[in-house]
Ligand binder design. Structure first.
Ligand SMILES: C[S@@+](CC[C@H](N)C(=O)[O-])C[C@H]1O[C@@H](n2cnc3c(N)ncnc32)[C@H](O)[C@@H]1O
Length: 256
């Protein structure tokens, strides 16, 4: 078997402790670390002396190291570094295969015949649910759990989301949805969710400044505005939200 050259690693949702031991092991031995803007800088402190650390973000334009940061350039960067004989770690927010284009990076590496390994990470949905004390599934209320992109442009006229089917059942977790909250709420009500359905929004989960807002489909837009909720945030919709056991995780942590 060929030696692994690139590790696609989930760094978790924010708190550095949430990377896995396996992920951290490869961070420690990497020659090059290519990381997203939501990845904790604390994790980078585990890199060996002299390791090259390259920030990339699809939202920026150019970083001072000269790399353009669209997805194709990131793919090329991984291949170039691996072909130089380096051990490359690609650190991604949350899990590398959930709304993260880790799949595209893996495809590109496979095409270029670069041996790679994928290391899973704690995804923002499960971290947010844990922080808010919400079980995402529950035998009484939700046997179906959907992870949905909230990033679709409502003005584009077409949708990859089957609103009719997803709206009706189980727990819905929206990633990248805060800026489209009004559209999401309207769609869910239009396709059959009761306006009394409980909702939680968890901003910056596991990070300093984490914010958790509870409401229902009728009042969550107003509440989110009032609390100035911003990305990154996770929106959890469904009856399970009312099972929350932990009104304020920080109080619990402090033993109050
Ligand atoms: C491009 S997606 C990446 C998802 C990531 N791969 C994962 O598995 O969590 C970015 C979105 O993930 C969610 N997200 C990531 N980190 C978060 C955090 N610390 N708190 C709340 N939401 C977060 C937000 O919905 C954000 O807009």
């Amino acid at each position: 078997m060929k030696k692994v050259r690139v590790y696609l690693i989930g760094a978790g949702p924010g708190a550095p402790e949430l990377i896995t031991l396996e992920g951290l092991k490869y961070v420690c031995k990497a020659d090059v670390i290519v990381y997203d803007h939501l990845v904790s800088k604390e994790i980078l402190k585990f890199a060996k002396a002299g390791a090259e650390k390259i920030p990339v973000s699809r939202f920026g334009k150019l970083h001072k190291n000269g790399f353009a940061v669209d997805q194709e350039k990131i793919n090329e960067l991984l291949v170039t570094k691996a072909k130089e004989g380096k051990i490359v770690v690609r650190l991604k927010n949350g899990d590398p295969l959930i709304f993260a284009r880790g799949g595209q990076e893996a495809e590109h590496l496979a095409r270029e015949k670069i041996p790679f390994k994928i290391v899973p990470g704690v995804t923002a949905a499960t971290a947010a649910a844990a922080q808010a004390g919400i079980p995402l599934t529950d035998r009484r209320y939700a046997s179906v759990l959907s992870f949905i992109t909230g990033h679709e442009d409502p003005s584009k006229g077409t949708t990859a989301i089957d609103w009719k089917n997803i709206s009706r059942k189980g727990t819905l977790v929206f990633y990248m949805g805060v800026e489209n909250l009004t559209f999401i709420v309207k769609q869910l009500i239009r396709y059959g969710r009761k306006s009394s359905t409980p909702v939680a929004i968890v901003e910056k989960t596991t990070l300093p400044g984490e914010k958790i807002v509870f409401g229902n489909l009728e009042n969550i837009i107003r509440k989110a505005k009032l609390k100035k909720v911003k990305p990154p945030a996770i929106i959890i919709v469904g009856e399970v939200v009312k099972l929350r056991k932990q009104p304020n995780p920080k109080e619990k942590e402090n033993g109050k």
